[in-house]
Design a protein around this ligand. Structure first.
Ligand SMILES: [Zn+2]
Length: 448
């Protein structure tokens, strides 16, 4: 009896999984207040419904205007019109049917979407939800996030990552009446897959496949444009160390489009910035009053010397001066009193190196630590993988990579696909110790 119950539970479970995997509800233009919009049917036939009642039907090239009249949805087209308190449902009647949306605030091209659409009002603005086939949604996301003109195996890897994200966060917006939004907050979904049919093929050929860790949990499938030759440990960007998000040497990203970058700012700007972050530039002022050993000749001034040899070389130009050696920010000693002619200004060394990726920025071996991710964010740098040099009054950043660097490098993955690596080899290269399996199998192991 118990076995039978378990079997029925499992069968029911697979049915619910299939339902779960068939369609997904995505909020379109999320975060944008839309007072009116236009829907144009491109392919297939549609019914316009309020509740269960069909108000009118649409064919390709039919245009529907949505506006707000006295807090109600007003829908009008040549085929009919209605004003409704309740949500309006645009239901596709065939497998392949899609429409285009445009609204006054939308910059760029109109956006196309597959399958169905629910339209309701929320706080004086339209709430538009695309009820779309799961794999068509994945293809739309890959086209929005993954770039065009790449090899098929790359698109397969990217489709599996986007599907893993969508499966892991399927209930993220459920309290608002949909699964995911179309913004970067979830995954960018700017349109149906319309420019590159290979992307839809990649989604369909890998349908249902997701990436799991060694405990068969869906992974955080993170990606970015280019690693700069080395990926980043998760804890260096976010808070937690994740076993499959480890830093690796990534030769495939080297030389690709987003591999190198360059930025220049003035020394003054950089100095002000470092001061605002607690770095000290004038240490000797903080040492007064300074007790000088009375057995030694008093001197006129105390100067912070970074390079004693250059001080010795310049002795003939200074008056009376003490050599003060500072080992880290607040630690100092003085040993020799030199009779020199005048105070010499020694330049500040702004050089910062990263042969391998570091987590923190350091300056003059000072104890103050600044996270590289903070500098990247403050200066809108392409990556945290940069070196700093000074050229007269200019601070020069020479950087490698584009993006946070955790997980898969898109350009590295494209290069691997060009070199005939398969999607699973690509994913396992960037994510340490993961497996690829069907979402149904993942859920099956979870209920076991
Ligand atoms: Zn979201």
């Amino acid at each position: 009896m118990l076995t039978k119950i378990i079997r029925i539970t499992i069968i029911f479970f697979f049915v619910s999984c299939n339902v779960y995997a068939q369609n997904i509800n995505i909020a379109l233009f999320h975060g944008v207040s839309i007072p009116s919009f236009t829907c144009t049917v491109h392919e297939g036939k549609y019914d316009v419904l309020v509740g269960n009642e069909v108000i009118f039907s649409l064919e390709p090239n039919d245009v529907v205007e949505f506006s707000i009249r006295r807090n109600k949805i007003h829908v009008s087209s040549k085929k009919g019109s209605t004003t409704s308190n309740s949500p309006v449902f645009i239901r596709g009647l065939q497998d392949i049917c899609f429409f285009t949306l445009s609204h006054p605030l939308l910059k760029g091209k109109p956006r196309s979407y597959d399958n169905d659409m629910f339209v309701s009002l929320e706080q004086g603005s339209f709430k538009i939800i695309n009820d779309v086939n799961f794999e068509k949604y994945i293809a739309g996301v890959v086209e929005s996030e993954g770039g065009s003109k790449a090899p098929l195996e790359y698109y397969k890897a990217q489709a599996i990552l986007c599907r893993t994200y969508a499966s892991k966060y399927y209930t993220k917006h459920l309290h608002e009446g949909f699964n995911l939004c179309d913004a970067e907050h979830c995954q960018a979904y700017k349109s149906r897959c319309s420019y590159n049919p290979a992307i839809l093929d990649a989604a369909l050929q890998t349908a249902g496949l997701v990436v799991v860790d060694s405990s068969r949990n869906l992974i955080s499938a993170t990606f970015y444009a280019n690693s700069g030759g080395q990926t980043v440990n998760s804890e260096d960007v976010w808070l937690t160390a994740v076993p499959y998000l480890r830093s690796i040497q990534d030769t495939f990203s080297i030389g690709m489009k987003g591999y190198e970058w360059h930025k220049e700012i003035s020394v003054q700007e950089w100095k002000q910035y470092l001061q605002s972050k607690g770095f000290s530039f004038e240490p000797y002022q903080t040492f007064t009053p300074f007790t000088i050993d009375s057995s030694k000749t008093p001197c006129d001034s105390l100067v912070y010397i970074e390079d004693e040899q250059s001080m010795r070389d310049s002795l003939y130009s200074a008056d009376s001066l003490a050599i003060v050696t500072i080992d880290s920010c607040q630690q100092y000693t003085y040993d020799t009193i030199w009779h020199v002619k005048s105070q010499i200004n020694f330049p500040i060394d702004y050089t910062f190196e990263q042969k391998e990726r570091k987590k923190y920025f350091s300056f003059r071996e000072c104890d103050t630590l600044l996270r590289l991710r903070e500098i990247r964010s403050d200066w809108k740098l392409r990556s945290t993988f940069f070196t700093i040099t000074q050229n007269n009054n200019t601070i020069v950043f020479n950087g490698k990579g584009y993006g946070h660097g955790v997980g898969l490098s898109q350009e590295g993955a494209m290069r691997m696909a060009d070199l005939q690596y398969t999607y699973d080899q690509i994913i396992k290269y960037y994510f340490t110790g993961v497996q690829i399996m069907s979402i149904q199998a993942v859920r099956f192991f979870q209920i076991e």
